[in-house]
Design a protein around this ligand. Structure first.
Ligand code: ZN
Length: 486
């Protein structure tokens, strides 16, 4: 596989959860807003990994297939704010008034003692073991606001101590954050602290692939972590139903950052641009900050974020080999079907696909437990056969909020969500219905946006030409595809 210059293992689940948390905290706060608003994504991650494990056991095409590749990329022209991202962050150095001589600023020499915190270990214990006093620890922790945080240690945290055989404690070094060391040093008149930037760089890489088996399998084949796959799907989750509409031959391509520190891969960074070609229709997204934090925009400047999610539950928890278009279990007739069915285990959270108000939440013999939500623009969405409702009539709900759980109440052969979308009282296919587009970026940002997008989109064109597929997309208006309807 074309992974020149990259050698690292898949992230562990802990790393994955950490990176999800980190996204929520970090610069990508807007692109990950959906993740934070839908914390069940982290549960989803578990399911995804499980799925990935299962899928990876299925034999697939040879590694190194030209359809899937990742390689380092020279980033095309970027705006000032974007190119800053590609530079290591430099912190203001020297907090203390007695900066150490240059020689001592190097990474701890061999004389330093490195301590990695073990589960259950306290800093008091570490100090005692090193022959350092509790008084010194107190003095260190109360030196500055930064050292106060030293009291909150976690297993795996690393401390380095410089202890002179006669003079005793001279310095301590620990990680302030991902990009800086914190030093606490003995000076003539007490303790001083200073920070030291670490060399963190954001490398731009690209990945692309064609769906042959599943999004998970092929995206992993292309070198993407589970977290990145989820983020890719989240970017396009307003346009594409990843539960039911992914097909063999679909393409994806993305340009993203990897964060490296001192020559070691640390984590995936931001997705800068991505394309997903789903059944012949191409969707592109470019990351851009118009002043409200970064978000994703289509090439015409319209936000990817839309009033409705295509899939009102986590796509990774939907089983695809479910065909409820069959004789009705009770009436023994094939009934016209006005919705989309998502088979998933009982208890899988069901999300409001858009902001709105619950206008009905009840039970009937046919629908089982059901919820109807009224949205703007004369749109109503319906959710049937729930095992449990967690909202009531009159509640205001937000997009992505859990409103209930998948079940098989009412006339249902097995656990699934039956989802309907009504526009002006008429059923429409929620997976393809055209929605009123959101407003594009204000004119004053379009020039910047175009400049950022131009080079990235050209790269995407090279990775996955937009006209690669000729298949036509499902026609809007009702459930016409066999696999989606009951
Ligand atoms: Zn149904």
């Amino acid at each position: 596989m074309a992974t020149a210059g990259r050698s690292r293992s898949r992230p562990s689940f802990q790393e994955l959860s950490d990176s999800v948390v980190a996204i929520g905290k970090g610069a990508a706060r807007h692109c990950s807003r959906a993740l934070r608003e839908r914390p069940h994504f982290s549960l989803a991650a578990v399911a995804l990994i499980a799925l990935g494990v299962v899928i990876s056991m299925i034999p697939s095409g040879p590694k190194g297939s030209p359809a899937a590749s990742v390689k380092p990329l020279e980033l095309p022209q970027l705006s000032a704010s974007e190119s800053e991202l590609a530079q290591p962050r430099v912190l203001t150095a020297s907090v203390g008034s007695h900066p150490a001589p240059a020689a001592e600023r190097e990474a701890p020499a061999e004389s330093w003692q490195i301590v990695e915190i073990e589960p259950g270990q306290t800093l008091e214990r570490v100090f005692r073991d090193l022959g350092l006093s509790a008084g010194l620890l107190h003095e260190i922790v109360t030196t500055t606001e930064q050292t106060r945080n030293l009291a909150r240690i976690r297993p795996g945290d690393e401390f380095a101590f410089d202890i002179h055989p006669e003079k005793g404690f001279r310095a301590l070094r620990t990680e302030l954050d991902e990009e800086a060391w914190l030093f606490v040093e003995r000076a003539e008149d007490g303790l001083v602290t200073r920070t030291e930037p670490r060399h963190v760089e954001r490398r731009i890489v690209e990945a692309s692939g064609t769906i042959n088996t599943s999004l998970y399998n092929d995206a992993r084949e292309a070198g993407l972590s589970d977290d990145m796959i989820m983020r890719l799907a989240t970017i396009f989750g307003w346009d594409i139903d990843f539960a039911l509409d992914i097909r063999d031959g679909d393409h994806f391509a993305l340009i993203y950052e990897e964060v490296w520190r001192e020559g070691e891969f640390l984590r995936d960074g931001n997705i800068l641009a991505a394309r997903f070609i789903n059944r012949g229709e191409s969707f592109e997204a470019v990351r851009f900050d118009a002043g409200n934090g970064p978000d994703f925009f289509a090439p015409d400047g319209r936000p990817m974020r839309k009033a409705f999610l295509r899939t009102p539950l986590n796509f990774a928890r939907v089983s695809s080999n479910f065909n409820p278009r069959r004789l009705h279990p009770v009436t023994r007739r094939v009934r016209p079907h006005n919705g989309t069915d998502y088979a998933a285990n009982t208890g899988t959270p069901v999300w409001a696909s858009g902001d709105g108000t619950v206008i009905k939440a009840g039970y009937t013999r046919a629908n089982g437990n059901y919820i109807f939500i009224k949205h703007g623009n004369n749109i109503v969405t319906r959710y049937l056969h729930l095992s449990k409702k967690v909202v009531q009539r009159g509640d205001r709900v937000r997009q992505g909020q859990t409103i209930g759980h998948v079940g098989s109440t009412g006339l249902a052969t097995g656990p699934h969500l039956h989802y309907e979308f009504l526009l002006n009282g008429v059923h429409r296919n929620p997976r393809t219905v055209d929605l009123p587009p959101a407003d594009p970026l204000p004119a004053e940002h379009m020039e910047d946006f175009s400049r950022v997008g131009e080079g990235l989109l050209a790269r995407l064109d090279a990775l996955a030409p937009p006209d690669a597929m000729l298949a036509s997309r499902e026609v809007d208006g009702g459930c016409k595809s066999v696999e989606s309807s009951c």
